[in-house]
Design a protein around this ligand. Structure first.
Ligand code: PEP
Ligand code: MG
Length: 575
């Protein structure tokens, strides 16, 4: 009998393949005394050789997908396994203490790792300690005849089953083989969910139990459209889902025809559908998916992908590349949004009880103005190469906005000493993520060219529910009538002052939210590039007058989220 595991729909599509559990096997062993020390050491040699072969294969498979720095890690691991001194010590341990290969390997390598980790001020050595521990795990897995999971080594179709997926896991995934992802942890707006949408791998997250419900090698269907995984399906179920997957692919092919079409409603009203990106390399996909612009460039990924604070010139090159890649379409760059769930190794921040309510984003930039100015100068310089717009994240008060604008103007005036007019065409905006800013939108709108509503944070702060905590993920309710009322207030306030209203949180790409947002008059919808064409296709079928009536009903007549969901589904004819 198949088993259905419910989760949160994180990335569209249906994937069917064998489960690949990304969970470390139990590497514990019983201690025992051995008599044949030569035979025992021969086991170590064999396990080390097998580990070297395995690492070489993984490295070979990962070439082209991983950068040189990431590939160099495999060489470092091979170098540790090839170190004659390490093996000599293990041999000495076996001979003198008559312990097993497992115990000797584990003791010697852990001892070595501890020595390295104790070099407190030496980050390089501490990282090597982590390498030695990793290598020790690999050697032990061979001694115990167990398989360590390794995403980069996957060479057949699989569904990845994991407790949680990190950005470094997703960066190693080969889309050719990874047909689906299902995790215990995470919500629709966790960065793992966002990454799976970018890679266009069907995914469900936050199932709580998938790693316990699935065995390695069992067939799993990931239904990223409905947020379900079917474990060990019957032949009939596989057939049924293959048909659903084919229908979805057909629909996707229809959407692809809209790549050069304008983003218009059925009654001819113009909107913009833009892409959210993390690095300038993502621009290519945004263009391929027909984006009307970039509505959110999460600039912190430039900082997170570097081992030092990116210099003005490094940033300038990145922004220039992004704006040139968009061929005249606007690129909205959000200034640094670190803190919260996004730390920087080279910028140690104080430990905080509530990082999401702490020292983050604009709060850091207004305090560490040298970091902020470097970024603003790079952006102003890059604006010479195309329409760059700048927006400030996490603004809570008017004073913060005015302070940020003042620093921007100082940077601009400074640069204009050599380049008159430079940066004069830059539009300035702010994110609406803090409830107070949403409430005060009618005043804030006077001071910016555009708002961009960051619903991922706005919802977590409005409902007081951590966006990464799946036990409160039921409070992620973009269709809640009270929230819709607040969003409508933001849009109406923007328009009253000629300010553009955009949205770049995940709600902008939510099918059920679309008619409501169009009805409220939201101008721009920025989302994962993979959702653009589906949204454009849906938009073309919607009439704005009917949408406005629907939004009014949702806000005035409905009192709960399920009531709004039903209202919209009935209107759209969805089940
Ligand atoms: C948001 O909060 O909605 C947003 C777009 O920003 P991020 O997801 O990067 O916090
Ligand atoms: Mg945010």
């Amino acid at each position: 009998m198949s088993k259905i595991v419910k989760g949160i729909a994180a990335s569209d599509g249906i994937g069917i393949a064998k489960a690949y559990l990304l969970v470390d096997p139990d590497l514990s062993f019983d201690k025992k005394q051995i008599s044949d020390t030569d035979a025992e050491f021969a086991r170590v040699t064999k396990a080390f050789d097998a580990s070297i072969d395995e690492l070489s294969t993984i490295k070979e498979n990962a070439k082209g997908r991983l950068g040189d720095d990431e590939l160099a890690v495999f060489d470092a691991h091979i170098a540790i396994l090839s170190d004659p001194e390490m093996k000599k010590q293990i041999q000495g341990e076996i001979e003198s203490k008559k312990v097993s290969a497992e115990e000797a390997t584990s003791d010697v390598m852990n001892g070595f790792a501890e020595t390295l980790a104790a070099m407190k001020d030496n980050k390089y050595m501490q990282e090597r300690a982590a390498d030695v521990k990793d290598v020790s795990k690999r050697a032990l897995s061979h001694l115990l005849g167990k398989q360590l999971p390794n995403i980069a080594a996957i060479d057949e179709p699989v569904v990845i089953i994991a407790h949680e997926i990190t950005p470094s896991d997703t960066s190693q995934m080969d889309k050719k083989y990874v047909k689906g992802i299902a995790t215990d942890m995470g919500g629709r707006t966790s960065h793992a969910a966002i990454m799976s949408r970018t890679l266009r791998i069907p995914a469900i997250v936050g199932s709580e139990s998938i790693t316990a419900d699935v065995q390695n090698g069992q067939t799993v269907i990931v239904d990223g459209l409905h947020g379900e995984a079917i474990v060990d399906p019957s032949a009939d179920e596989v057939k049924e889902y293959q048909a659903k997957a084919a229908a979805f692919e057909k629909e996707r092919a229809e959407w692809a025809k809209l790549v050069d079409a304008p983003s218009k409603s059925k009654d001819g009203k113009d909107f913009e559908i833009c892409a959210n990106i993390g690095t300038p390399d993502d621009v290519a996909d945004a263009v391929k998916q027909g984006a009307d612009g970039v509505g959110l460039f999460r600039s912190e990924f430039l900082y997170m992908g570097s081992d030092h604070m990116p210099t003005e010139d490094e940033q300038f090159q990145a922004y220039k590349k992004a704006v040139q890649g968009m061929n005249g379409k606007a690129v909205v760059v959000r200034t640094l949004d670190i803190g919260g769930d996004k730390p920087l190794t080279y910028l140690p921040l104080p430990e905080e009880m509530n990082p999401f309510l702490g020292y983050r984003a604009i709060r850091i930039c207004l305090d560490r103005t040298e970091i902020f100015k470097t970024q603003l100068r790079a952006l102003i310089r890059a604006s010479e190469f195309g329409p760059i717009q700048i927006m400030f994240p996490m603004i809570a008060t008017l004073q913060e906005l005015l302070d940020a604008k003042k620093i921007f103007n100082e940077c601009k005036e400074d640069l204009q000493k050599d380049h008159p007019d430079l940066g004069d065409n830059i539009k300035l905006g702010m994110m609406i993520e803090v409830p107070l800013a949403a409430i005060y939108a009618d005043e804030l709108a006077k001071h910016v060219d555009f708002f961009s509503i960051g619903t991922n944070d706005l919802i977590q702060y409005c409902f007081a529910a951590d966006r990464g905590n799946d036990s409160v993920s039921y409070l992620y309710q973009p269709l809640n009538p009270a929230l819709l009322r607040l969003i409508k207030h933001v849009i109406t306030s923007a328009h009253a002052h000629g300010t553009k209203a955009a949205m770049c949180g995940e709600m902008a790409g939510d099918q059920l939210a679309l008619p409501l947002l169009m009805g409220m008059g939201l101008d721009e919808y920025s989302m994962s590039a993979t959702s653009i064409l589906r949204t454009r296709s849906m938009m073309a079928k919607l009439d704005t007058k009917k949408c406005a009536e629907l939004a009014d009903k949702a806000i005035n007549d409905c009192h709960t989220t399920p009531e709004v969901q039903k209202l919209v589904k009935d209107e759209l004819g969805l089940d």
